[in-house]
Design a protein around this ligand. Structure first.
Ligand code: FNR
Length: 407
């Protein structure tokens, strides 16, 4: 791996790539509130632990004497070539972690040829994140990173407002700014019970941090005018209104899904639509029947339902139920090249990373995100090399042994 060689040549890396060290460095850098927002899990943290433990239920069986000199980490998702089966999970209010917010993250994703996901809770505008994602992709192309296109690959993650006009406006903006898919997150219309965040009164939007995505929306802007609020001067009040519009605490049911899919298809000219937060065969099948093009098997990093099943534990049965061709993305608990490998072997087409890049962003901005992602890419590539796998297609269930909960 080029990145490993560079690290050896220069006598070291920017900071440790070990996830525990990365987490500890981010903890040092962030304020109490910032750290709590990034690291908080629902309740006792049982789901977060289950996510990590799930990776211990499976072990990689390495193969020797395979000519891996020509190995290829690229893969195709919805007709686009990616540098690796790795993407950025959507994470809100990045200005908590860095003054530039989402923009450096979108740039690094573009540069590395990996899909970027912008959250509806983002603190930069939909349009700016898109422009920076393309800027990064242009840079990646100039650096001649094999599979990188000059247009960035990006997904828009939707939190659905109850106001249909506002929902359509967000989707329209995402489509107009070249987002390649819509990921509809259905596990967080209300925040889970997170002890430390509650103790600290720690909700970014209430503090007026990063309301730009909402404040730059023409429909939301019109409402702000009606309420007599100024997006620059009244950031706290605007934050409250934005939270009330999107994290309203009112659940949706399946009857709303056809409308959301149809709206996205209409404004985007038929681009893919996925449901995020799926943790059961029943929900995956229902999403597929409703016309979704895929799902993200995720439990929101264990931040919503405490005491839930580990995300990787449900992935194999969901893959089996939906068949080989329906796209499954996967996240929650991924920390290493081996984790990425196991998720692919158990049926993920694309593995997403959340906290690791937030920590990189918190430690050293754009360079920090780049370091964390390049380390994960290099670790995964080297794992393929030493385990005897030449391509993503070769990584299937036969690459693993189930060693059970005691493993
Ligand atoms: C999230 N996640 C998330 N998901 C989403 O759909 N929209 C969002 O705005 C956010 N915001 C968010 C903030 C923070 C601080 C975290 C840690 C997570 C969930 C995220 O997309 C993803 O599912 C998990 O983070 C994946 O797990 P890991 O990689 O963090 O273990």
């Amino acid at each position: 791996s080029l990145y490993q060689r560079q690290a050896f040549d220069t006598g070291g890396a920017l900071f440790s790539s070990h996830p525990d060290e990365v987490e500890a460095l981010a903890h040092e850098r962030l304020s109490a509130g910032g750290w709590s927002y990034a690291s908080c899990n629902a309740g006792l943290g049982d789901t977060h632990r289950a996510n990590r433990q799930a990776f211990q239920h499976w072990r990689i069986v390495p193969r020797m004497m395979v000519d891996t000199n020509e190995r290829d980490t690229t893969t195709e998702v919805y007709g686009k070539r990616l540098a690796a089966p790795l993407a950025f999970s959507p994470v809100g209010i990045n200005k908590i972690y860095h003054p530039e917010g989402e923009l450096p993250v979108a740039r690094v994703a573009g540069e590395l040829g990996l899909p970027y996901s912008l959250s509806t809770a983002g603190s930069c505008s939909i349009e700016d994140a898109a422009a920076h994602n393309d800027q990064g992709a242009q840079l990646g192309k100039e650096q001649d990173r094999g599979s990188v296109d000059s247009k960035g690959l990006r997904y828009f993650q939707l939190y659905l407002p109850h106001d249909d006009e506002l929902a359509t406006s967000l989707l329209q903006r995402a489509a107009d700014s070249g987002y390649d898919a819509c990921i509809f997150t259905v596990d967080t219309w209300q925040l889970g019970w997170r002890h430390e965040d509650i103790r600290l009164g720690n909700y970014g939007f209430y503090k007026g941090i990063g309301t730009e995505l909402g404040a730059s929306d023409p429909v939301f802007r019109r409402k702000l005018d009606e309420w007599g609020l100024d997006p620059v001067k009244d950031t706290k009040e605007v934050g409250r209104k934005w939270i009330d519009s999107v994290w309203h605490g009112k659940a949706f049911d399946w009857s709303k899904l056809p409308w959301v899919i149809a709206e996205w298809k209409r404004v985007s000219g038929g681009k893919p639509f996925l449901l995020k937060g799926v943790q059961s065969v029943a929900d995956a099948l229902r999403a597929k029947e409703a016309g979704c093009d895929g799902a993200v098997v995720s439990n929101h990093a264990g931040r919503q339902v405490d005491g839930a099943v580990g995300s990787l534990d449900v992935l194999p049965e969901i893959r089996e139920a939906v068949g080989a061709d329906w796209t499954l993305m996967f996240d929650s608990g991924v920390r290493s090249g081996a984790d990425i490998f196991k998720a692919i072997a158990l049926g993920a087409d694309l593995v997403m990373i959340g906290r690791m890049w937030i920590y990189g962003l918190s430690i050293k901005g754009e360079e920090g995100v780049r370091h964390v992602l390049r380390s994960l890419l290099a670790e995964f590539d080297i794992l393929m090399n030493v385990a005897g796998f030449r391509s993503i297609k070769e990584i299937d269930r036969s690459a693993l042994r189930y060693v059970g909960p005691a493993g």
